[in-house]
Design a protein around this ligand. Structure first.
Ligand code: PHB
Length: 407
Protein backbone atom coordinates (compact mmCIF):
# COMPACT_ATOMS: atom_id res chain seq x y z
CA UNK A 1 0.00 0.00 0.00
CA UNK A 2 1.42 3.43 -0.92
CA UNK A 3 1.70 6.26 1.57
CA UNK A 4 -1.13 8.11 -0.19
CA UNK A 5 -3.40 5.06 0.10
CA UNK A 6 -2.48 4.69 3.74
CA UNK A 7 -3.08 8.37 4.35
CA UNK A 8 -6.58 8.12 2.82
CA UNK A 9 -7.26 5.10 5.00
CA UNK A 10 -5.99 6.79 8.13
CA UNK A 11 -8.06 9.90 7.35
CA UNK A 12 -11.15 7.69 7.16
CA UNK A 13 -10.19 6.00 10.45
CA UNK A 14 -9.63 9.41 12.02
CA UNK A 15 -13.06 10.63 10.89
CA UNK A 16 -14.65 7.50 12.33
CA UNK A 17 -12.76 7.85 15.63
CA UNK A 18 -13.63 11.56 15.81
CA UNK A 19 -17.32 10.79 15.46
CA UNK A 20 -17.04 8.22 18.23
CA UNK A 21 -15.21 10.78 20.34
CA UNK A 22 -17.98 13.36 19.84
CA UNK A 23 -20.58 10.83 20.90
CA UNK A 24 -18.61 9.96 24.07
CA UNK A 25 -17.78 13.54 24.96
CA UNK A 26 -21.32 14.79 24.29
CA UNK A 27 -22.62 12.35 26.82
CA UNK A 28 -20.41 13.69 29.64
CA UNK A 29 -21.43 17.34 29.61
CA UNK A 30 -20.49 20.88 28.56
CA UNK A 31 -16.81 20.90 29.56
CA UNK A 32 -16.14 17.80 27.54
CA UNK A 33 -17.91 19.30 24.52
CA UNK A 34 -15.68 22.37 24.65
CA UNK A 35 -12.67 20.02 24.65
CA UNK A 36 -14.02 18.10 21.69
CA UNK A 37 -14.30 21.23 19.54
CA UNK A 38 -10.65 21.99 20.36
CA UNK A 39 -9.80 18.50 19.10
CA UNK A 40 -11.53 19.30 15.80
CA UNK A 41 -9.79 22.67 15.48
CA UNK A 42 -6.45 20.88 15.59
CA UNK A 43 -7.39 18.13 13.21
CA UNK A 44 -4.66 18.35 10.59
CA UNK A 45 -5.75 19.34 7.13
CA UNK A 46 -3.57 17.66 4.50
CA UNK A 47 0.10 17.22 5.17
CA UNK A 48 3.01 16.57 2.89
CA UNK A 49 6.21 14.92 3.98
CA UNK A 50 9.47 16.15 2.44
CA UNK A 51 12.59 14.00 2.71
CA UNK A 52 15.71 16.17 2.80
CA UNK A 53 18.74 14.03 2.02
CA UNK A 54 21.69 16.43 2.13
CA UNK A 55 25.17 16.62 3.65
CA UNK A 56 25.50 18.22 7.08
CA UNK A 57 29.03 16.93 7.57
CA UNK A 58 32.17 16.87 5.41
CA UNK A 59 33.46 19.27 2.73
CA UNK A 60 29.93 19.92 1.36
CA UNK A 61 28.25 20.53 4.75
CA UNK A 62 27.83 24.28 4.17
CA UNK A 63 26.16 23.59 0.82
CA UNK A 64 23.65 21.22 2.41
CA UNK A 65 22.81 23.81 5.04
CA UNK A 66 22.25 26.54 2.45
CA UNK A 67 19.90 24.28 0.44
CA UNK A 68 17.93 23.42 3.58
CA UNK A 69 17.72 27.10 4.53
CA UNK A 70 16.46 28.07 1.08
CA UNK A 71 13.86 25.29 0.97
CA UNK A 72 12.51 26.14 4.42
CA UNK A 73 12.48 29.84 3.68
CA UNK A 74 10.19 29.33 0.68
CA UNK A 75 7.88 27.05 2.68
CA UNK A 76 7.74 29.52 5.57
CA UNK A 77 6.96 32.36 3.17
CA UNK A 78 3.87 30.31 2.18
CA UNK A 79 2.81 29.99 5.85
CA UNK A 80 4.48 26.59 6.33
CA UNK A 81 2.47 25.04 3.50
CA UNK A 82 2.99 24.00 -0.11
CA UNK A 83 -0.07 23.80 -2.34
CA UNK A 84 -2.30 24.00 0.75
CA UNK A 85 -0.56 21.09 2.52
CA UNK A 86 1.29 21.51 5.81
CA UNK A 87 4.95 20.61 5.30
CA UNK A 88 6.72 18.09 7.54
CA UNK A 89 10.35 17.09 7.14
CA UNK A 90 12.34 13.90 7.47
CA UNK A 91 16.06 14.64 7.42
CA UNK A 92 19.14 12.51 6.73
CA UNK A 93 22.83 13.52 6.64
CA UNK A 94 24.16 11.79 3.51
CA UNK A 95 27.78 12.72 4.37
CA UNK A 96 28.44 13.04 0.61
CA UNK A 97 29.13 9.32 0.80
CA UNK A 98 27.97 7.35 -2.26
CA UNK A 99 28.43 4.04 -0.38
CA UNK A 100 25.59 4.98 2.02
CA UNK A 101 23.32 6.58 -0.56
CA UNK A 102 21.01 3.68 -1.39
CA UNK A 103 20.40 2.83 2.26
CA UNK A 104 19.72 6.46 3.18
CA UNK A 105 17.31 7.01 0.29
CA UNK A 106 15.46 3.77 1.10
CA UNK A 107 15.12 4.83 4.74
CA UNK A 108 13.39 8.03 3.71
CA UNK A 109 11.09 6.26 1.26
CA UNK A 110 10.26 3.09 3.22
CA UNK A 111 10.60 4.07 6.87
CA UNK A 112 9.61 7.74 6.76
CA UNK A 113 7.24 7.39 3.79
CA UNK A 114 8.17 10.73 2.32
CA UNK A 115 6.12 12.12 -0.57
CA UNK A 116 9.13 13.70 -2.24
CA UNK A 117 12.84 13.11 -1.99
CA UNK A 118 14.94 16.29 -2.10
CA UNK A 119 18.69 15.78 -2.58
CA UNK A 120 21.53 16.06 -2.89
CA UNK A 121 24.82 17.92 -3.36
CA UNK A 122 27.29 15.19 -4.44
CA UNK A 123 26.73 13.71 -7.91
CA UNK A 124 27.71 10.15 -6.96
CA UNK A 125 25.21 10.16 -4.09
CA UNK A 126 22.49 11.77 -6.23
CA UNK A 127 22.83 9.19 -9.01
CA UNK A 128 22.35 6.37 -6.52
CA UNK A 129 19.37 8.20 -4.98
CA UNK A 130 17.83 8.76 -8.40
CA UNK A 131 17.95 5.02 -9.10
CA UNK A 132 16.11 4.33 -5.84
CA UNK A 133 13.57 7.05 -6.74
CA UNK A 134 13.06 5.58 -10.21
CA UNK A 135 12.67 2.03 -8.86
CA UNK A 136 10.13 3.15 -6.23
CA UNK A 137 8.39 5.72 -8.47
CA UNK A 138 9.05 8.33 -5.80
CA UNK A 139 9.11 11.95 -6.91
CA UNK A 140 12.61 13.42 -6.58
CA UNK A 141 14.00 16.94 -6.87
CA UNK A 142 17.76 17.43 -7.14
CA UNK A 143 18.68 20.81 -5.61
CA UNK A 144 22.35 20.70 -6.59
CA UNK A 145 24.16 17.63 -7.95
CA UNK A 146 25.04 18.28 -11.58
CA UNK A 147 25.85 14.83 -13.00
CA UNK A 148 24.74 15.11 -16.62
CA UNK A 149 23.13 11.63 -16.56
CA UNK A 150 20.48 12.68 -14.03
CA UNK A 151 18.70 14.64 -16.74
CA UNK A 152 20.54 12.85 -19.56
CA UNK A 153 21.01 9.14 -20.16
CA UNK A 154 19.27 8.24 -16.86
CA UNK A 155 16.49 10.84 -17.07
CA UNK A 156 13.07 9.94 -15.69
CA UNK A 157 9.66 11.59 -15.58
CA UNK A 158 9.69 11.60 -11.76
CA UNK A 159 13.20 13.09 -11.36
CA UNK A 160 13.57 16.89 -11.60
CA UNK A 161 16.49 19.22 -11.03
CA UNK A 162 16.42 22.85 -9.85
CA UNK A 163 20.15 23.38 -10.10
CA UNK A 164 22.14 22.76 -13.31
CA UNK A 165 23.86 20.06 -15.31
CA UNK A 166 27.65 20.05 -14.98
CA UNK A 167 27.72 20.86 -18.68
CA UNK A 168 25.82 24.16 -18.36
CA UNK A 169 28.17 26.58 -16.53
CA UNK A 170 31.30 24.88 -17.86
CA UNK A 171 30.17 25.04 -21.49
CA UNK A 172 29.44 28.75 -21.06
CA UNK A 173 32.93 29.29 -19.62
CA UNK A 174 34.67 27.53 -22.53
CA UNK A 175 33.27 30.18 -24.86
CA UNK A 176 34.15 33.04 -22.52
CA UNK A 177 37.77 31.91 -22.22
CA UNK A 178 38.17 31.31 -25.95
CA UNK A 179 36.71 34.77 -26.64
CA UNK A 180 39.21 36.26 -24.19
CA UNK A 181 41.93 34.91 -26.45
CA UNK A 182 43.35 32.14 -24.27
CA UNK A 183 44.87 29.39 -26.40
CA UNK A 184 46.52 26.94 -23.98
CA UNK A 185 44.72 25.87 -20.82
CA UNK A 186 45.38 23.37 -18.01
CA UNK A 187 42.40 21.82 -16.17
CA UNK A 188 42.29 20.48 -12.63
CA UNK A 189 39.47 18.85 -10.65
CA UNK A 190 38.40 16.15 -8.24
CA UNK A 191 38.23 12.83 -10.02
CA UNK A 192 34.51 12.03 -9.83
CA UNK A 193 31.45 12.49 -12.04
CA UNK A 194 30.89 16.19 -11.31
CA UNK A 195 34.51 17.17 -11.82
CA UNK A 196 35.03 15.12 -14.97
CA UNK A 197 31.82 16.35 -16.59
CA UNK A 198 32.59 19.95 -15.72
CA UNK A 199 35.92 19.62 -17.52
CA UNK A 200 34.20 17.89 -20.48
CA UNK A 201 31.63 20.71 -20.81
CA UNK A 202 34.39 23.32 -20.73
CA UNK A 203 36.51 21.51 -23.33
CA UNK A 204 33.58 21.04 -25.69
CA UNK A 205 33.09 24.75 -26.31
CA UNK A 206 36.71 25.84 -25.72
CA UNK A 207 38.15 23.45 -28.29
CA UNK A 208 35.33 24.17 -30.76
CA UNK A 209 36.59 27.75 -30.78
CA UNK A 210 40.20 26.68 -31.37
CA UNK A 211 41.48 26.42 -27.77
CA UNK A 212 43.79 23.59 -26.69
CA UNK A 213 43.85 21.84 -23.33
CA UNK A 214 47.49 21.00 -22.79
CA UNK A 215 46.94 18.91 -19.65
CA UNK A 216 44.03 17.52 -17.63
CA UNK A 217 44.90 16.89 -13.99
CA UNK A 218 42.84 15.43 -11.13
CA UNK A 219 42.98 14.17 -7.57
CA UNK A 220 40.56 11.96 -5.63
CA UNK A 221 37.51 13.56 -3.94
CA UNK A 222 37.71 15.21 -1.38
CA UNK A 223 41.53 15.45 -1.16
CA UNK A 224 43.06 18.91 -0.81
CA UNK A 225 46.76 18.18 -1.29
CA UNK A 226 47.06 20.61 -4.20
CA UNK A 227 50.79 21.39 -4.00
CA UNK A 228 52.13 18.93 -6.60
CA UNK A 229 49.55 20.16 -9.13
CA UNK A 230 50.40 23.79 -8.50
CA UNK A 231 54.08 23.02 -9.03
CA UNK A 232 53.24 21.36 -12.34
CA UNK A 233 51.03 24.27 -13.46
CA UNK A 234 53.92 26.67 -12.76
CA UNK A 235 56.18 24.52 -14.94
CA UNK A 236 53.66 24.16 -17.80
CA UNK A 237 52.95 27.91 -17.95
CA UNK A 238 49.50 27.74 -19.59
CA UNK A 239 47.66 30.92 -20.60
CA UNK A 240 45.02 30.13 -17.95
CA UNK A 241 43.68 27.41 -15.65
CA UNK A 242 40.11 26.05 -15.51
CA UNK A 243 39.01 24.09 -12.43
CA UNK A 244 36.04 22.48 -10.73
CA UNK A 245 36.16 22.55 -6.94
CA UNK A 246 33.45 23.42 -4.43
CA UNK A 247 32.77 23.90 -0.73
CA UNK A 248 35.61 23.69 1.79
CA UNK A 249 37.99 22.25 -0.82
CA UNK A 250 37.42 25.23 -3.12
CA UNK A 251 38.35 27.72 -0.38
CA UNK A 252 41.56 25.79 0.29
CA UNK A 253 42.38 25.67 -3.44
CA UNK A 254 41.97 29.44 -3.85
CA UNK A 255 44.29 30.07 -0.93
CA UNK A 256 46.89 27.58 -2.12
CA UNK A 257 46.80 29.00 -5.67
CA UNK A 258 47.60 32.44 -4.35
CA UNK A 259 50.18 31.20 -1.84
CA UNK A 260 51.98 29.37 -4.67
CA UNK A 261 52.39 32.74 -6.41
CA UNK A 262 50.29 31.67 -9.41
CA UNK A 263 47.47 34.17 -9.05
CA UNK A 264 49.61 37.02 -10.40
CA UNK A 265 50.93 35.14 -13.40
CA UNK A 266 48.30 32.58 -14.57
CA UNK A 267 44.62 33.63 -14.50
CA UNK A 268 42.30 31.19 -12.71
CA UNK A 269 38.78 30.43 -13.97
CA UNK A 270 36.12 27.92 -13.05
CA UNK A 271 32.48 27.04 -12.82
CA UNK A 272 31.01 29.32 -10.17
CA UNK A 273 31.09 26.64 -7.46
CA UNK A 274 34.73 27.61 -7.02
CA UNK A 275 33.73 30.90 -5.41
CA UNK A 276 30.08 30.48 -4.30
CA UNK A 277 29.51 30.13 -0.57
CA UNK A 278 33.26 30.12 0.11
CA UNK A 279 34.27 33.78 -0.06
CA UNK A 280 34.42 34.30 3.68
CA UNK A 281 36.77 31.33 4.05
CA UNK A 282 38.83 32.19 0.96
CA UNK A 283 39.30 35.87 1.90
CA UNK A 284 41.51 37.97 -0.36
CA UNK A 285 42.72 34.94 -2.34
CA UNK A 286 39.45 34.90 -4.34
CA UNK A 287 39.48 38.56 -5.36
CA UNK A 288 39.24 39.04 -9.11
CA UNK A 289 38.55 35.38 -9.93
CA UNK A 290 36.01 35.06 -12.76
CA UNK A 291 33.51 32.23 -12.94
CA UNK A 292 30.29 31.28 -14.74
CA UNK A 293 27.13 30.23 -12.94
CA UNK A 294 23.34 30.44 -13.06
CA UNK A 295 23.29 32.86 -10.11
CA UNK A 296 25.26 35.96 -9.15
CA UNK A 297 25.27 38.82 -6.70
CA UNK A 298 23.80 42.06 -8.02
CA UNK A 299 21.15 40.64 -10.35
CA UNK A 300 18.79 43.25 -8.98
CA UNK A 301 15.48 41.69 -9.98
CA UNK A 302 12.54 41.95 -7.58
CA UNK A 303 12.42 38.25 -6.67
CA UNK A 304 16.13 38.27 -5.85
CA UNK A 305 15.91 41.43 -3.74
CA UNK A 306 13.04 39.97 -1.68
CA UNK A 307 14.72 36.59 -1.40
CA UNK A 308 18.00 38.10 -0.26
CA UNK A 309 16.50 40.45 2.28
CA UNK A 310 14.41 37.65 3.84
CA UNK A 311 17.39 35.28 3.85
CA UNK A 312 19.61 37.91 5.45
CA UNK A 313 16.99 38.50 8.17
CA UNK A 314 16.44 34.80 8.88
CA UNK A 315 19.97 33.47 8.69
CA UNK A 316 22.07 36.60 9.13
CA UNK A 317 24.10 35.96 5.98
CA UNK A 318 24.12 36.61 2.26
CA UNK A 319 22.57 33.70 0.33
CA UNK A 320 24.47 31.79 -2.35
CA UNK A 321 23.53 29.65 -5.34
CA UNK A 322 22.82 26.63 -3.13
CA UNK A 323 20.24 28.56 -1.12
CA UNK A 324 18.54 29.62 -4.37
CA UNK A 325 18.44 26.01 -5.62
CA UNK A 326 16.81 24.91 -2.36
CA UNK A 327 14.31 27.78 -2.52
CA UNK A 328 13.38 26.85 -6.10
CA UNK A 329 13.04 23.15 -5.23
CA UNK A 330 10.21 24.13 -2.87
CA UNK A 331 8.80 26.49 -5.47
CA UNK A 332 8.82 23.80 -8.16
CA UNK A 333 7.17 21.22 -5.92
CA UNK A 334 4.49 23.74 -5.04
CA UNK A 335 3.72 24.20 -8.76
CA UNK A 336 3.14 20.44 -9.00
CA UNK A 337 1.00 20.25 -5.86
CA UNK A 338 -1.14 23.13 -7.05
CA UNK A 339 -1.68 21.46 -10.42
CA UNK A 340 -2.93 18.35 -8.59
CA UNK A 341 -5.04 20.44 -6.16
CA UNK A 342 -2.97 19.02 -3.28
CA UNK A 343 -3.87 15.41 -4.09
CA UNK A 344 -0.70 13.48 -3.36
CA UNK A 345 -1.97 10.30 -4.99
CA UNK A 346 -2.21 12.06 -8.38
CA UNK A 347 1.46 11.88 -9.24
CA UNK A 348 0.87 12.31 -12.98
CA UNK A 349 -0.75 15.67 -12.37
CA UNK A 350 2.00 16.73 -9.97
CA UNK A 351 4.63 15.83 -12.56
CA UNK A 352 2.75 17.59 -15.37
CA UNK A 353 2.49 20.73 -13.21
CA UNK A 354 6.22 20.66 -12.51
CA UNK A 355 7.10 20.05 -16.17
CA UNK A 356 5.05 23.07 -17.22
CA UNK A 357 6.27 25.31 -14.37
CA UNK A 358 7.71 28.67 -15.36
CA UNK A 359 8.62 31.13 -12.67
CA UNK A 360 10.81 34.07 -11.85
CA UNK A 361 13.48 32.64 -9.61
CA UNK A 362 15.92 34.86 -7.71
CA UNK A 363 18.33 33.69 -10.47
CA UNK A 364 16.08 35.09 -13.24
CA UNK A 365 13.52 33.40 -15.49
CA UNK A 366 13.31 29.65 -15.13
CA UNK A 367 11.62 26.91 -17.15
CA UNK A 368 12.22 23.17 -17.50
CA UNK A 369 13.48 21.15 -20.43
CA UNK A 370 11.76 17.92 -21.52
CA UNK A 371 14.42 16.14 -19.45
CA UNK A 372 13.36 18.14 -16.32
CA UNK A 373 16.52 20.27 -16.16
CA UNK A 374 16.41 24.08 -15.78
CA UNK A 375 16.65 26.27 -18.86
CA UNK A 376 18.38 29.31 -17.45
CA UNK A 377 20.81 32.18 -17.92
CA UNK A 378 24.45 31.50 -17.14
CA UNK A 379 26.17 34.62 -15.80
CA UNK A 380 29.79 35.69 -15.92
CA UNK A 381 30.78 36.89 -12.45
CA UNK A 382 33.82 38.42 -10.82
CA UNK A 383 34.75 38.24 -7.15
CA UNK A 384 34.69 41.71 -5.64
CA UNK A 385 35.08 41.84 -1.87
CA UNK A 386 32.64 39.35 -0.42
CA UNK A 387 30.50 39.12 -3.55
CA UNK A 388 30.34 37.21 -6.85
CA UNK A 389 29.36 40.33 -8.73
CA UNK A 390 27.54 39.81 -12.05
CA UNK A 391 29.43 41.25 -15.03
CA UNK A 392 27.29 39.96 -17.93
CA UNK A 393 25.06 37.16 -19.13
CA UNK A 394 27.57 34.70 -20.59
CA UNK A 395 24.84 32.62 -22.28
CA UNK A 396 21.11 33.41 -22.00
CA UNK A 397 18.52 30.63 -21.53
CA UNK A 398 21.06 27.84 -21.83
CA UNK A 399 19.48 24.40 -22.20
CA UNK A 400 21.41 21.23 -21.49
CA UNK A 401 21.54 18.93 -24.55
CA UNK A 402 20.19 16.02 -22.41
CA UNK A 403 22.25 13.50 -24.34
CA UNK A 404 20.81 10.01 -24.15
CA UNK A 405 17.45 11.11 -22.70
CA UNK A 406 14.39 9.98 -24.61
CA UNK A 407 11.59 11.49 -22.53
C1 PHB B 1 28.31 17.61 -7.61
O1 PHB B 1 28.87 16.65 -7.05
O2 PHB B 1 27.51 17.45 -8.53
C2 PHB B 1 28.58 19.00 -7.15
C3 PHB B 1 29.03 19.23 -5.87
C4 PHB B 1 29.26 20.53 -5.44
C5 PHB B 1 29.00 21.59 -6.30
C6 PHB B 1 28.55 21.37 -7.59
C7 PHB B 1 28.34 20.05 -8.03
O3 PHB B 1 29.20 22.83 -5.89
Amino acid sequence: MSRSDRSRLSQATLAFRSKALVATLASVGGFALATSSAVFAQTPAGKVKVGLMLPSSGTYAGLGTAITNGFKQYVDEQGGKLGGLQVEYAIVDDESNPAKAVENARKLIKRDEVDVLVGTVHSGVAMAMAKVARDNKTLMIVPNAGADEITGAQCAKNVFRTSFSMWQPAYAMGKVMADKGFKKVVTLTWNYAAGKQSIDGFKESFTKKGGVVIKDMSLPFPNVEFQPFLTEIAALKPDAVFVFFAGGGAAKFLKDYEAAGLKKSIPLYGSGFLTDGVLQAAGESATGVMTTLHYADGLNNKEDKDFRSNYQKRFNMVPDVYAVQGYDAAQLYEAGLKAAAGKLDQQDKIIAGMQAAKFDSPRGPMAFSKANNPIQNVYLREVKGSLNQVSSIATPNLEDPARGCSL
